[in-house]
Write a protein that binds this ligand. Structure first.
Ligand code: ZN
Length: 453
């Protein structure tokens, strides 16, 4: 078959825009505030002012130097060495808690795209939280930081860890506006509007006007989506509901339903799961639904909890192409139904291509696409819509090649095994090491080697 990757259907699986906004809010507001208020600032308990720290460290000038230089790693090490862990004296324990907390933020901000540094930051946040248990202000900041790091991890593609951390933050501090904003944004991104609304409403109570503004923007988006869709014509089969913007189009609807029903068994065979509920498909007749959603114009169809398509795309596609578009989106919908959330992007996009393209690939073509751009598998956890089109094409090619390589090296059922374990909320790294014997980095390089063999 001719170059299959050229025929990719570009789409997303989570709302890139809202998540990016939330991450940047975290970085500019909370991270900034937390850092400047720390230790030498006014908002921290009076026990942690500079004079007191100097006094504490009068016998150890090295600690003072580390604190003044904001060398939190060094300060953490020296304080633990001198006073033990946890320090017996409560004031010392409190200072160590703040040092570890700042160290966590530093680790995070130095390398926010590295999953190991996010985990290490979170571990430190937990330690700091235990040391600062009686400091309400610190508890609040730590909880927000946990949610913010969760969101970054989520956006980087560590969705299980990311969601877990944000949910932990919510358990520590119920009703905290920023934490609810993070959870609400994730829910919007996943198309879980019903879950998102109450979370975003809580975030409207926050002190930061930018977070209030962006929460209310998300709420209006949800409302206007719902309003627009009220007037759509609806067609249903036992497994699918199709809604059309504008005039009723029964012929087009039967065509879509017919194809989806045929694709269903192929998807089930590869994913090892059939959707349990009805899958909604929304067909837009207005010029570009992707642009309306703030997506690049190369996005032709998407799944964000529902399959969204352009009517023009559907009308202009022959059956072969429409089979691919719908098979691709149905793969995302089926994985979502199985996991209750999207899977890692490379796995999602790789499986969608395996389902629509099968084994009719050319190693050379895939390799050329991948080699034309400098991308790594670990960087492909999030979604591809923020990429320029050429990078996105390389990302889809690497995703497809990786899934093909896994079938080649471990047999076709490995994907089902991975998905089954993802459903148990394990991380993709942990699962790969167990079922394949190596993590994502090695998988990426083995895949690239295999393409050149
Ligand atoms: Zn896709």
């Amino acid at each position: 078959m001719k170059d299959s990757v050229d025929k990719l259907i570009f789409e997303i699986i989570a709302g890139a825009i809202t998540l990016t906004l939330a991450v940047s809010l975290f970085a500019t507001f909370y991270l900034g505030k937390i850092n400047t208020n720390f230790l030498f600032g006014k908002n921290v308990s009076s026990k942690t002012n500079e004079a007191e720290i100097s006094e504490m460290d009068s016998s150890n000038p090295e600690i003072n130097i580390a604190l003044r230089n904001k060398d939190w790693a060094e300060a953490e090490k020296l304080i633990e060495k001198k006073y033990g862990f946890p320090p017996k004296e409560s004031n010392t324990a409190h200072i160590l808690g703040l040092v570890i907390y700042n160290h966590a933020l530093q680790i995070y901000s130095n390398n926010p795209s590295n999953s190991a540094s996010l985990s290490s930051a979170v571990t430190r946040l937990e330690t700091a939280r235990a040391l600062l248990i009686s400091d309400n202000e610190a508890q609040k900041n730590i909880t927000r930081a946990l949610a913010g790091i969760g969101l970054t991890a989520y956006q980087n593609g560590s969705k299980v860890d990311g969601r877990k951390w944000a949910e932990e933050a919510n358990q520590i501090l119920n009703q905290e506006p920023y934490v609810n904003y993070v959870l609400g944004s994730i829910a919007v991104g996943e198309g879980r509007y019903i879950d998102a609304v109450p979370l975003l409403k809580i975030s409207l109570n926050g002190e930061d006007k930018d977070i209030r503004a962006s929460a209310s923007a998300l709420l209006s988006k949800i409302e206007s989506d719902a309003k627009r869709e009220e007037g759509f014509s609806t067609y249903s089969s036992s497994q699918f509901t199709i809604r059309f913007e504008g005039n009723p189009q029964p012929a087009l609807s039967s065509r879509i339903i017919g194809i989806l029903e045929r694709q269903r068994s192929r998807v089930q065979e590869v994913i090892g799961h059939a959707p349990t509920g009805t899958i909604e498909v929304i067909v837009y007749t207005s010029p570009s639904f992707a642009v309306q959603r703030g997506l690049p114009d190369w996005v032709g169809a998407l799944f964000d909890g529902r399959i969204r398509l352009s009517a023009v795309e559907v009308t202009e596609s022959n059956d072969e192409r429409l089979n691919k578009i719908l098979g691709h989106e149905l793969t995302h919908a089926t994985i979502y139904d199985k996991l209750g959330r999207p899977g890692p992007a490379w796995l999602e996009e790789g499986l969608a291509q395996l389902i629509t393209e099968g084994n009719s690939y050319s190693k050379t073509t895939l390799n050329n696409k991948i080699q034309s751009r400098n991308i790594s598998l670990q960087s492909l956890g999030g979604n591809f819509t923020k990429m320029p089109q050429a990078d996105a094409e390389a990302a889809y090619a690497l995703s497809y090649a990786t899934v093909l390589y896994l079938s080649h090296s471990h047999g076709g059922n490995i994907h089902i095994q991975i998905l089954n374990e993802l459903a148990e909320e394990k991380s993709i790294e942990e699962i790969l090491i167990r079922v394949a014997g190596f993590g994502q980095q090695e998988l990426g390089s083995k895949t690239k080697d295999w393409l050149t063999q």
